[in-house]
Write a protein that binds this ligand. Structure first.
Ligand code: FAD
Length: 278
């Protein structure tokens, strides 16, 4: 949605080009004013234009992570909670937990520490050239009297409202910093003001599950999926920018092929991994 019909038209034109390029369904026609508000009554009156993007998908990340965790336990994967990787070389990882530092040997290691993939982990000095920078985002939940029928994305407010499990999850913001920022109450306040500017009935409702997380941003927008030159048994998988959740399954396939010694295979086809190399 957008407060300007012209601006939304421009945005939709770009989405049409993208749909044609990928051979997917084009977005729906633009609805204006009364038609739009009849279609989605929770949109604020200031919102003038909107369209439906049927090809967009979303999940509840909490359910996804819980199910992933359960699956890993089922597969007898050992999960060391509250344990930090502090350093590694070609066959040993050093970790710090409540009982102090311990070393663990490995045949192959995958480092998937998101925006924390920096030289502050000893042995990862070559990640300096990759410049993974934190692009911090925020989310919170709210229970409005009426949920939208669709995920609502405001192009002008750069904020998303996602109906999930009887609640509305509000998501947005992108704060850049070379440091990983702590939660800022002021930023979540700003997100809430952006959201209540285009979604009715949420501004006066209590917020809960307020959360912040750093997106691992790279200068060229491409992820880094690569063995390390000085430690070839260590594969780094990071820098998925804003799309780590969507790209996770493909990255996992690439990483598995690297572990098996067949670099960069997705669905049986070999892909050129040079653009993703450290
Ligand atoms: C507000 C917000 C909205 C998002 N929306 C979308 C979306 O719409 N679609 C989408 O696809 N993705 C989305 N994402 C995902 C995001 O953009 C990233 O791409 C994704 O989280 C990257 O996954 P990752 O596993 O590489 O890193 P992370 O998810 O950051 O995971 C890294 C993990 O490593 C752990 N760690 C760090 N250092 C160490 C250490 N030394 N030892 C042990 N563990 C360590 C951290 O605690 C963390 O759990 C969103 C993220 C945010 C913050």
């Amino acid at each position: 949605s957008h407060v300007s019909a012209d601006a939304l038209q421009k945005f939709r034109d770009g989405q049409v080009r993208r749909a044609d390029l990928f051979g997917i369904e084009r977005p729906g026609q633009i609805m204006l004013d009364g038609d739009l508000h009849d279609f989605e009554p929770v949109l604020d009156e200031h919102v003038r234009a909107g369209f439906v993007a049927n090809t967009e998908r979303y999940i509840d990340p909490r359910l996804f992570i819980d199910e992933l965790h359960e699956k890993l336990l089922e597969l007898d994967v050992e999960i060391l909670e509250h344990t930090e990787l502090v350093g590694l070389n070609n066959n040993t990882a050093t970790m710090r937990g409540s009982e102090g530092e311990t070393a663990r040997g490995f045949d192959k290691a995958i480092v998937a520490t998101g925006a924390w993939t920096t030289p502050s982990i000893e042995g990862l000095s070559s990640t300096r050239s990759a410049f993974v920078t934190s692009g911090t985002g925020y989310s919170y939940h709210v229970k409005p009297e009426r949920l939208p029928g669709y995920l609502l994305a405001s192009i002008d407010r750069k904020t998303i409202g996602v109906p999930m499990s009887g609640e509305l999850r509000v998501v947005g913001l992108m704060d850049f910093s070379s440091e990983i920022q702590e939660f800022s109450a002021q930023r979540v306040e700003h997100l809430a003001s952006q959201a209540s500017a285009f979604i009715k009935g949420i501004g006066d409702k209590p917020r809960f599950d307020e959360w912040t997380g750093p997106r691992p941003m790279t200068p060229n927008g491409l992820p880094i999926i690569s063995p390390m030159k000085q430690h070839p048994n260590v594969i780094v998988a990071t820098g998925h920018n804003m799309h780590g959740l969507s790209l996770g399954p493909v990255t996992a396939e690439v990483v598995v092929s690297m572990v098996e010694g067949r670099p960069g295979v997705v669905s049986g086809s070999e892909i050129d991994m040079k653009p993703f190399a450290l």
